[in-house]
Design a protein around this ligand. Structure first.
Ligand code: K7E
Ligand code: CUA
Length: 688
């Protein structure tokens, strides 16, 4: 177990007791339930373990799961898991193995506990600037979290997540676990294939999903681009739509994407799926699965087969192989077209300059994952019972030798399958995603079989007969999608656990209505047999994927530097110290306004009476002058849909229109002190 912090309760088990307990457990587990005995460790302790176990009807497996995942207060988890919140638009932060939920991070959806999007100007601007120009967006569909990297390794500084529904990406700082920026990706409608970082986070790579309506001169502009789509004429999809992959330049010091230094590559209008970016032998390459290379449009009412049928016609789809470092050079040479604020390498240029290739892959694949040494790319085709493994060196050689088996309809060269494929491993039904441990094993989720398959990678991980073999399978509860292993998809996976992200939880938990939670299961992978230790239902979103990082890499702040604006991490221009509080009547952009400079400290708002005039623009700059960790204060104004959460050291600006006269109480919404209820004041809006 990781480091210990804080005081243990007096009922805690001593190390000696714990060891004797675990010893009794191992014996019990080996000989089955009837002989299952836990020795009472010391006479003084006299804890009736056996009684508890029998009364609760626990099996040896249950007890093992409990002992391996239970985490007393003050003891820290070994790993932190960032799970996407799916269409909740948020990110969920758990400990592993305990599965304690530590944070919910508001990202694409306003989140009042954090004062995210409820009257706090700084956070509302993050949401507004990250909208798409035609709507103020208040939700996103988060699928794939990614952690910033140094030399390919997760460094614990920044978190990136995609929004599938609106083609966006967000930046979260792991200094305070709050969202700093949302970017709408130009020329892209939906976006599933990311986020994934290049080895030193030079770029965050994201790929479109469903084909985007496309004007060859103007790209795609939401609310503007109109093209023909006709199920009777398949060419309308082929000609009028495109996919994209975008390399978003990331400024690590500022924590911001820079669109002007980013670039994009136009892709065929297949449905692009997951992106991964290589290191080691695959450095400079990026891989993207596709499905529906048939370019089926659907048209059920028009008598056409639905997309799910039309897109299953071919036996193979294409894994895009993109030479991104070469693409970066093309941009430097000016071989791009500027469209909607981003440099676009057109499909024709990509083909002509040799930065885009296809490798055939079994139809309708889902995951594309890179083995720890960067040498193998594993693709699972959910309709085929195999994982297909490509060799990075094989791909490079095939590109060099122009070892092609043809071209797609756009002229993109197709690498010869047998030249780039190094293995196909038969795993079971519905393989989706693959993760890796530190010992050369791969773990693939089997959606239809409801299992995880553990298998060996080939040389140099395993040699000869031992290579490419399934060695174990474990039953998971139901319909596993992604799975996550600590620091998998990086050069140094940490092993120990795999977390299964199960889609359905039917029958597993009490019936609390038709909308069932998804279910996480923590699986111990340290032994020869994988073992399910713990179930954890997720009642606040649908996690699609998760990234797990060593907790020691997280270096979060305890309190903010005094007077900081957390969005920029710079000194807030309107931060004040105690004693400087004041109310100023002024004009902003030529209109009447009231500006308040306020402080909060247990248990006082200063000022506590704020008088403004109807019609004013009101800005209240609040500084939490506390330096004590956890001394957060809220600033909620009744009836006005306003709630701020102001952490120690933070300065935030509450902004609203004083459009209706009235007298409104404001109060601290965070229980902060014995006189928390008394921490209140009045907002008086005098009638005009
Ligand atoms: Cu649900 Cu990666 Cu979007 Cu797979 S994703 S299961
Ligand atoms: Cu401050 Cu409650």
């Amino acid at each position: 177990m990781a480091k210990r912090n804080g005081r243990r309760g007096r009922k805690g088990v001593s190390r000696r007791e714990f060891l004797s307990l675990a010893g009794g457990l191992a014996v019990g587990a080996a000989v089955g339930y009837t002989a299952f005995k836990l020795t009472t460790p010391t006479p003084e302790a006299a804890i009736p373990y056996q009684d508890i176990i029998e009364k609760r009807g626990l099996t040896p497996d249950d007890v093992e799961g409990a002992l391996k995942t239970y985490l007393p207060g003050g003891v820290y988890d070994e790993f932190i898991l960032f799970a996407s919140g799916g269409h909740s638009g948020q990110v969920l932060v758990f400990g592993v193995p305990s599965m304690k939920l530590y944070r919910v991070i508001g990202v694409f959806t306003p989140e009042p506990w954090q004062g995210y999007g409820y009257g706090v100007k700084e956070t509302m601007e993050v949401l507004k600037n990250g909208s798409n120009g035609i709507r103020y967006l208040t939700w996103g569909d988060v699928h794939h979290p990614e952690i910033s990297r140094t030399n390919g390794e997760f460094d614990g500084e920044w978190l990136f997540v995609n929004d599938k529904a609106n083609g966006r990406v967000a930046v979260v700082s792991l200094k305070d676990f709050e969202t700093k920026q949302i970017v709408k990706i130009p020329n892209t409608q939906s976006q599933h294939g990311g986020a994934f970082c290049t080895p030193n986070t030079e770029y965050v790579v994201v790929g479109s999903q469903y084909p985007t309506p496309w004007d060859p001169d103007k790209g795609y502009v939401p609310g503007e681009t109109y093209v023909e789509l006709d199920p009777n004429d398949p060419d309308t999809l082929k000609d009028n739509f495109r996919g994209t992959v975008t390399f978003l330049k990331f400024d690590r010091n500022k924590g911001r994407f820079i669109l002007e230094e980013s670039f994009q590559i136009e892709l065929p209008p297949y449905s692009q799926d997951l992106v991964c970016v290589g290191w080691g032998p695959s450095d400079g390459m990026c891989f993207i699965n596709t499905f529906n290379t048939e370019m089926a449009i659907g048209g059920v009412l028009e008598g056409k087969p639905p997309v799910e049928v039309g897109s299953a016609e071919y036996d193979f789809d294409y894994l895009h192989v993109i030479l991104w470092k070469k693409a970066e050079q093309l941009v430097k040479q000016g071989k791009y077209k500027e469209m909607n604020g981003i440099k676009v390498i057109t499909l024709d240029t990509a083909i002509k300059e040799g930065i885009l290739f296809h490798a055939p892959e079994p139809k309708s694949p889902h995951g594309a994952d890179i083995a720890p040494r960067g040498d193998y790319i594993v693709v699972a085709g959910k309709l085929e019972p195999v994982a297909t493994v490509y060799g990075a060196d094989n791909i490079k050689k095939a590109i060099e030798n122009k070892d092609f088996e043809g071209k797609d309809v756009y002229g993109v060269p197709i690498l010869r399958f047998d030249a780039v494929k190094v293995a196909q491993v038969e795993l079971g039904l519905g393989p989706l995603h693959t993760e890796f441990d530190d010992k050369g094993y791969a773990y693939t989720s089997l959606f239809i079989d409801n299992k995880i398959a553990k298998w060996t990678l080939g040389p140099p991980y395993f040699e000869g007969d031992e290579a490419w073999k399934v060695v174990d399978k474990v039953d998971i509860h139901y319909n596993i999608g992604h799975l996550a292993a600590p620091e998998s998809n990086s050069p140094s996976p940490k092993g120990k656990y795999v977390v299964a992200l199960n889609k359905w939880s039917i029958d597993r938990f009490p019936n609390l209505g038709p909308l069932k939670p998804q279910n996480f299961q923590v699986i111990d992978i340290t032994g020869e047999k994988m073992k399910v230790l713990l179930d954890y239902p997720i009642g606040i979103g649908e996690p699609h994927y998760a990234k797990i990082i060593d907790i020691n890499k997280i270096k979060a702040l305890e309190v903010y530097p005094m007077g900081v604006n957390p969005i920029t991490f710079e000194k807030h221009p309107y931060a004040i110290q105690k004693g400087e509080e004041r109310i100023e009547r002024t004009t902003i952009d030529g209109r009447p306004a009231t500006v308040v400079y306020a402080t909060v400290i247990r248990s006082t708002f200063t000022p506590d009476i704020i008088r403004v005039k109807q019609g004013d623009l009101v800005r209240i700059h609040v500084t939490n002058v506390e330096t004590t960790p956890d001394a957060t204060h809220g600033f909620a104004i009744c009836e006005l849909n306003i709630n701020a959460s102001i952490e120690p050291g933070e300065t935030a600006t509450i902004e609203f229109e004083a459009d209706k006269p009235g007298v409104y109480a404001f109060y601290c919404s965070e229980f902060c002190s014995p006189l928390h209820l008394e921490m209140a004041g009045w907002l008086i809006i005098e009638p005009a």
